[in-house]
Design a protein around this ligand. Structure first.
Ligand SMILES: [Zn+2]
Length: 478
C-alpha cells in the first residue's frame, strides 16, 4: 500500500508540513506526483539547509549561494566545498485547505468547505452517519493541543452532533465536548492512485454508542438528500402513522416509529396533530401531565423525529417571541374532520375546485383581499379566482371526507346542493328559507371554522350566491 498518506498525516500531526525532495522520493515518486496534481502538495521556497551526501558524516549544512545564485554549494569538513544541484533544494508544503476539500469529497459531503481557523481548522460539511445528521470537521495541524480547537468548535454555530477528524488521534480525544467525536483520519482513510477513500462504515462503528437507541422493530424513513421538513406530511392514525415525503408514502406503527407505550413524545405529537402543528407553550403546559419540563419533551420528540425521518434540519421550531412551538412539517390527526383554515381567513379567501376524480381542491388565498368587495359584489366571486386552484396551500378532499357523501356512496341533500353550487360557479337557485342551503351553510362553517355565513340570498334573482370561488372540471359552468 502506498505510504504517502500516513507519512503526510504524520507530518501534519507533528506540525511540520514541509517536505524536501529526497523525502518525497522515499515516499514514492509516482504517488507524490499524484498528490501534487491533486493539489495536496504545493511547491514552496527552496531549502536553505541540506544534508551532505558526499561524506559518511550525514551532517546538515547551510546552502551558500554565489555568483548571484547561479552557483550553490555547502562546505563539508572532509571534502571542502561541495556543489549542490538546484533540484536538491526543492520543497513542497501541504496545502491544508485543499486537503480539507479532498477529505470532504471522499466523505461525500455536499456544500463548500468552510475555514474556521485559517490553515488549520475546517468545517467539511454535513451528512447522515449512524442514524443522525452530523457535522464533520478537520484539524489539519499538530494534535498536541486540541483544546483551543474544541473551544472554537463550540463557538462555531449551528451544529449539534459532530465528528472531528484529526491526522493522528493517539488519545488526543480526551477533553472533547460530549457532542463531538474525535476520529483518527489515518486509520479510516487511504490514498492510492491519486484517490482518497474513507471508510464510512468504520466511522459509523466509532459512533456506535452514540446511535439513537431504538427497538428492533423501528424503521427509518428515507428521504431524498435535499428534502426539507416542509415537504414532509404526517397523518396520525390510531395505531400507526403515515408519512408522505414528495408524494412517497410510508407507514409505521408507533413501535416501529420508535415510540414506547405509553410515551410522552407520542402524547405531545398527537397534541401537535390536533392543533395542526402549532402550539402555544402555555396551552401545552395546561394539557400535558407529569413533571418533565416542556423544553425537554420537545427536544426528545425532535430527536425521535430526526432519527425516524431522514431529513436534515429542525422539525420543531421554537418561536421565542410568540412563545409557540411550530412543526415545520404538515401534521394532522387522521380522524380530524375539518379544514386547517389559516387565522383570519374569510369566505372570500376560499376557493373550491372540483377535480376530474370528483375530489375537491380547497385552497385559501394567503394574500390580503380587498374586503369591501364582499359588500359591493352580490353576484359572487369573479371567475378569475379559478387560477388559484394551483395554489400551493390547496388540499384535496373526497366528498366522504367532507361528510357530504355517506360511506355507502350516497350524496347527502347538502352534498347534492353543494355539488350543484360548485358546478354553477357558486350560484344556487333556491328559496330564501331553503333548509338544505341553511344546513349546508352550517356544515361548511363547522368544517372550515369560519364564523360568517358562506352564502347570500338575492331577492332579485331568487337565488343563493357563495362568497367563495367555485369551479369544476366535471361540469364546467356555461
Ligand atoms: Zn560532508
Amino acid at each position: 500500500m502506498p505510504m504517502i498518506w500516513p507519512r503526510l498525516l504524520e507530518r501534519l500531526a507533528s506540525g511540520d508540513p514541509v517536505v524536501g525532495v529526497e523525502e518525497a522520493r522515499r515516499w514514492g515518486r509516482l504517488e507524490f506526483e499524484r498528490a501534487v496534481s491533486l493539489g495536496i502538495f504545493r511547491e514552496t521556497e527552496a531549502a536553505r539547509w541540506i544534508m551532505c551526501d558526499v561524506c559518511p558524516e550525514r551532517h546538515w549544512s547551510e546552502v551558500i549561494c554565489v555568483a548571484g545564485g547561479r552557483r550553490m554549494f555547502i562546505s563539508c569538513p572532509e571534502e571542502g566545498s561541495v556543489n549542490v544541484e538546484p533540484w536538491r533544494l526543492r520543497q513542497w508544503r501541504i496545502d491544508t485547505g485543499r486537503l480539507a476539500e479532498v477529505v470532504a469529497k471522499a466523505l461525500d459531503l455536499s456544500g463548500a468547505v468552510r475555514t474556521i481557523d485559517l490553515g488549520r481548522l475546517f468545517h467539511l460539511g454535513r451528512r447522515r452517519l449512524a442514524g443522525r445528521f452530523r457535522d464533520l470537521f478537520l484539524v489539519a495541524g499538530d494534535t498536541d493541543k486540541l483544546t483551543a480547537d474544541f473551544e472554537k468548535l463550540l463557538r462555531y454555530d449551528g451544529w449539534s452532533s459532530g465528528v472531528v477528524l484529526v491526522p493522528h488521534a493517539n488519545g488526543c480525544g480526551a477533553g472533547a465536548p460530549s457532542k463531538l467525536r474525535v476520529i483518527d483520519l489515518c486509520s479510516v482513510s487511504q490514498l492510492a492512485d491519486g484517490m482518497l477513500t474513507i471508510d464510512l462504515d468504520y466511522i459509523t462503528d466509532c459512533l456506535g454508542d452514540d446511535t439513537p437507541v431504538r427497538t428492533d422493530r423501528s424503521q427509518t424513513i428515507t428521504a431524498p438528500p435535499d428534502a426539507g421538513w416542509s415537504e414532509v406530511s404526517v397523518v396520525l392514525h390510531d395505531t400507526f402513522m403515515r408519512v408522505t415525503i414528495r408524494g412517497k408514502e410510508a407507514e409505521r406503527d408507533y413501535s416501529q416509529a420508535g415510540f414506547r407505550d405509553p410515551d410522552q413524545r407520542l402524547e405531545l405529537l398527537k397534541l401537535f396533530a390536533a392543533a395542526r402543528g402549532t402550539l402555544h407553550s402555555d396551552r401545552i403546559s395546561t394539557v400535558i401531565q407529569g413533571d418533565t419540563p416542556l423544553r425537554t419533551r420537545i427536544s426528545r420528540l425532535r430527536q425521535l423525529l430526526q432519527d425516524l425521518i431522514e431529513v436534515d434540519g429542525d422539525p420543531i421550531e421554537h418561536m421565542k417571541k410568540a412563545n409557540t412551538y411550530s412543526c415545520q412539517f404538515g401534521i394532522r390527526l387522521a380522524d380530524h374532520w375539518g379544514h386547517p383554515t389559516p387565522e383570519g381567513a374569510t369566505w372570500m379567501d376560499f376557493s373550491f375546485h372540483e377535480s376530474p376524480d370528483g375530489r375537491l381542491l380547497v385552497s385559501v388565498s394567503q394574500k390580503q383581499r380587498f374586503r369591501a368587495r364582499s359588500r359591493v359584489n352580490k353576484v359572487g366571486p369573479s371567475t378569475g379566482e379559478v387560477a388559484e386552484r394551483d395554489a400551493p396551500n390547496g388540499s384535496l378532499y373526497s366528498l366522504e371526507e367532507m361528510r357530504l357523501r355517506t360511506p355507502a356512496g350516497k350524496l347527502t341533500a347538502e352534498g347534492a346542493a353543494f355539488i350543484k353550487l360548485v358546478r354553477s360557479r357558486g350560484r344556487l337557485p333556491r328559496r330564501g328559507d331553503d333548509l338544505t342551503v341553511l344546513n349546508l351553510a352550517k356544515h361548511l362553517r363547522d368544517w372550515t371554522g369560519v364564523e360568517e355565513q358562506p352564502f347570500r340570498f338575492s331577492e332579485g334573482t331568487d337565488s343563493w350566491t357563495a362568497l367563495f370561488a367555485c369551479s369544476s372540471e366535471i361540469h364546467p359552468a356555461e
